[in-house]
Design a binder for this molecule. Structure first.
Ligand code: ZN
Length: 487
């Protein structure tokens, strides 16, 4: 009889500084067999795990529930409770299994719950009992004691921008199978680092962080290595466990795990001054964009929907309007009332609308714009990784040299598909604004002549000292002076 592997997913990255709550209805939910249909053949962790499990030949996948939402504000308490209990019920109904793979992001936060994933893993462990349980994590996970305790092995991404979702699922599934076969006994070492990191040195292909990940990969490739990662937290998930961690799991080899964890932690700590962002003031960025040849990309990391911001910042738009910026510009913005006005007016009509500040209204105030409605859409499209984006009703508006992609709901503005799906090719523009701190580089580095990380306000600003931290580990670098490593 085939061994049965339970699979579940819960993914959302929370920016607690974003006041727009994330609701149950913001989650894309697949149940039972739908999970397989939705994720097979995609470039996701689930797909990577499915392929390894299938290849084994002895195993049967038992899909339960997969829920994910675009990064955003904290999850409303009732909605989080409903989500967690639905996953737990679904696992309860399928608890006759031999092992479990849980795919998580790891940096979720509820209005009142600072560690939803730790709560979920703890509850799943008590439902499933003492069977092999492996979870995968984004390296932006806020690692907690509950997560470490509940799972046998935690496997984190090794790339930033993240390009190894599929491979992470494969690594998780291989570990799960080794546990199921009884050939490994996990020994875990964890070193906590009171630091929050940003900036270009985090790019694993070129930056110092890549060297730390290289050390993790050496551990995984070694005789007793099972999983190794540097889990840096999402700097905008201000919960009590927020800091960085090195987490190493070996096979019955506590000494190697501890030695490696300390070595990698020391490397990260010694390089902490490099792990900070360099940002360009908006006026200077606009002046550089005026003079540049070829495509210029502004990274609005402060309003990065990819990091959990509200996506309704008009800070760059205001700057360009004030400057009377003459070049062809493409700007995405979340603004449900503006979309409604565009739909009421219809294609080719002219509308006078207020744009911005409909969600993060303490940070942004609306700006009045007159625009022509170029096209209207239902907002559904496919991201580069094969998953579905849902922007709600979507309007393309033209105001002078500026083209606006206005969505009712936040979407990831990391790749190019989010524009192309609505008839907008970034390569037809002189300036494109993306809502992503670094992930966009995968799709834009090859076509941009100049990339500028712009310093504007926002709930996910890389200028960490501009944010109202209240809960994270303290003291912590770079928020506090003279931070020491704990003993
Ligand atoms: Zn991430």
């Amino acid at each position: 009889m085939a061994l049965r592997i339970l699979v579940a997913e819960l993914k959302q990255e929370t920016a607690t500084f974003n006041p727009a709550l994330t609701l149950y209805s913001d989650f894309r939910i697949y149940r039972d067999a739908e999970v397989m249909t939705a994720y097979r053949g995609t470039k996701t962790e689930l797909s990577g795990a499915f392929d390894i499990i299938d290849q084994d030949g002895r195993l049967e996948i038992v899909p339960t529930m997969a829920a994910d939402a675009v990064s955003g504000g904290p999850i409303a308490t009732r909605d989080l409770d409903r989500l967690l209990s639905e996953i737990e019920d679904s696992v309860c109904n399928n608890s006759n299994v031999d092992a479990a793979y849980i795919c998580l992001h790891g940096a979720m936060a509820g209005q009142d719950e600072g560690d939803p994933e730790g709560r979920l893993l703890t509850n799943l462990r008590s439902i499933l009992g003492d069977i092999p349980l492996v979870a995968s994590l984004d390296l932006h996970c806020v690692l907690t004691d509950r997560m470490v305790k509940a799972a046998d092995i935690l496997v984190a991404y090794h790339t930033y921008p993240h390009t190894d979702h599929y491979e992470t699922g494969q690594r998780a599934a291989r570990n799960l199978i080794a546990l199921l076969d009884g050939t490994v006994k996990p020994t875990v070492a964890r070193v906590e680092l009171p630091m929050l990191v940003r900036g270009d040195e985090l790019l694993t292909a070129t930056g110092r962080f890549g060297q730390a990940i290289g050390l993790c990969q050496e551990v995984e490739a070694s005789e007793t290595g099972l999983a190794a990662g540097v889990i840096i937290g999402n700097a905008f998930t201000d919960v009590p466990a927020l800091q960085s961690n090195v987490l190493i799991t070996t096979n019955n080899d506590a000494e190697t795990a501890q030695r490696a964890a300390e070595k990698i932690a020391t490397f990260m700590w010694n390089n902490r001054d490099l792990f900070q962002a360099t940002l360009t003031p908006l006026e200077e960025a606009i002046s550089q964009a005026r003079d540049a040849d070829g495509l210029v990309v502004f990274s609005d990391a402060a309003d990065a929907t990819a990091s959990g911001a509200a996506g309704d910042s008009n800070a760059i738009l205001k700057g360009l309007l004030a400057d009377d910026f003459p070049r062809r510009t493409l700007i995405p913005i979340v603004d449900a009332p503006a979309v409604a006005a565009a739909f009421d007016a219809g294609v080719s009509s002219e509308v006078a609308i207020d744009l911005g500040g409909t969600r993060d209204f303490t940070r942004f105030s609306p700006v009045s714009v007159t625009a022509r409605v170029r096209s209207l859409h239902d907002g559904e499209f496919s991201y580069e990784n094969g998953t579905v984006g849902q922007g709600g009703r979507t309007a393309v508006l033209i105001s002078g040299s500026i083209v606006l992609l206005v969505t009712e709901r936040p979407v990831y503005v990391v790749g190019r598909r989010v524009f192309q799906a609505f008839g907008l090719d970034p390569q037809d523009f002189d300036l494109v604004v993306v809502k992503s701190p670094n992930g966009f580089r995968t799709w834009y580095e090859s076509i941009a002549s100049l990339i500028i990380a712009v310093d504007v306000p926002g709930s996910t600003s890389a200028n960490l000292k501009s944010l109202p931290f209240k809960n994270c580990v303290r003291p912590i670098f770079p928020l506090d002076e003279d931070v020491q490593l704990p003993d």
